[in-house]
Design a protein around this ligand. Structure first.
Ligand SMILES: CC(C)(COP(=O)(O)OP(=O)(O)OC[C@H]1O[C@@H](n2cnc3c(N)ncnc32)[C@H](O)[C@@H]1OP(=O)(O)O)[C@@H](O)C(=O)NCCC(=O)NCCS
Length: 187
């Protein structure tokens, strides 16, 4: 499965992408805000790539690698997972080299379009949610840009690397207008 946007090609990462996965998985923000193993080397990257393949094969999660149309380097991933009764969750991460250009916004918006499209074109989902640690302003900004409506802050709801954090929740429904809402609280 390959999805395309003006600037990006989205398709499952493969074994040849292991170095690129190691590169973004070691970024301090990825470590600070996602549950990647620490330390993260080639063994972890290959396990991740295998899990991505398993997810596509058994329809439990769909992870897309993010690449620029003119560059085979894997910059990051955007995935949908946690399928329950027509709802799912979206997650993303990008190497710092690719940040600040709107690539994740573009990639995640395209994945949402696919996730909401009726089968056989898409998954036919009705709701996609986003969750993040309460301090993850960059992820929240991306979630807002793809049309997620803010649904709240669960206080002290998650433990990340041994520390309790608030968790932010937002979601977009299939029939929502996907322009960025203006009523998100400032982080
Ligand atoms: C969250 C993360 C993926 C966001 O990356 P990003 O590049 O900032 O995301 P976007 O694609 O939404 O790009 C937005 C930036 O591009 C800029 N931009 C440029 N052109 C743009 C365009 N056409 N469309 C949207 N934004 C654009 C925006 O102004 C913004 O820059 P700013 O932050 O300086 O204002 C990244 O910070 C990351 O990987 N963090 C670590 C992992 C993580 O936290 N994942 C989420 C866990 S919940």
């Amino acid at each position: 499965m390959t999805l395309r946007t003006d600037r990006l090609v989205l398709s499952a990462p493969g074994p040849a992408d292991a170095d690129d996965v190691v590169a973004y998985a070691n970024d301090p923000d990825v470590i600070a805000f996602t549950p990647v193993p620490v330390p993260y080397g080639h063994a972890e990257a290959h396990q991740f790539i295998e899990r991505v393949g398993d997810g596509w094969r058994d329809d439990t999660r769909y992870d897309f690698g993010i690449r620029r149309v003119d560059d085979p380097r894997l910059l990051g991933t955007v995935g949908v997972f946690g399928f329950v009764d027509g709802a799912a969750e979206i997650g993303y991460a990008l190497h710092p080299d690719g940040r600040g250009h709107g690539f994740v916004t573009e990639a995640a918006a395209r994945v949402l379009e696919w996730a909401f499209a009726a089968p056989p074109i898409g998954l036919g989902l009705v709701r996609v949610q986003w969750r993040a640690l309460g301090t993850n302003a960059a992820s929240a900004a991306t979630a807002r840009r793809i049309g997620m409506r803010y649904e709240g802050r669960s206080r002290s709801a998650v433990v990340h690397r041994g520390v309790r954090h608030d968790q932010l929740l937002a979601a977009v429904l299939r029939d929502d207008d996907r322009t960025a809402p203006t009523d998100w609280p400032t982080p």
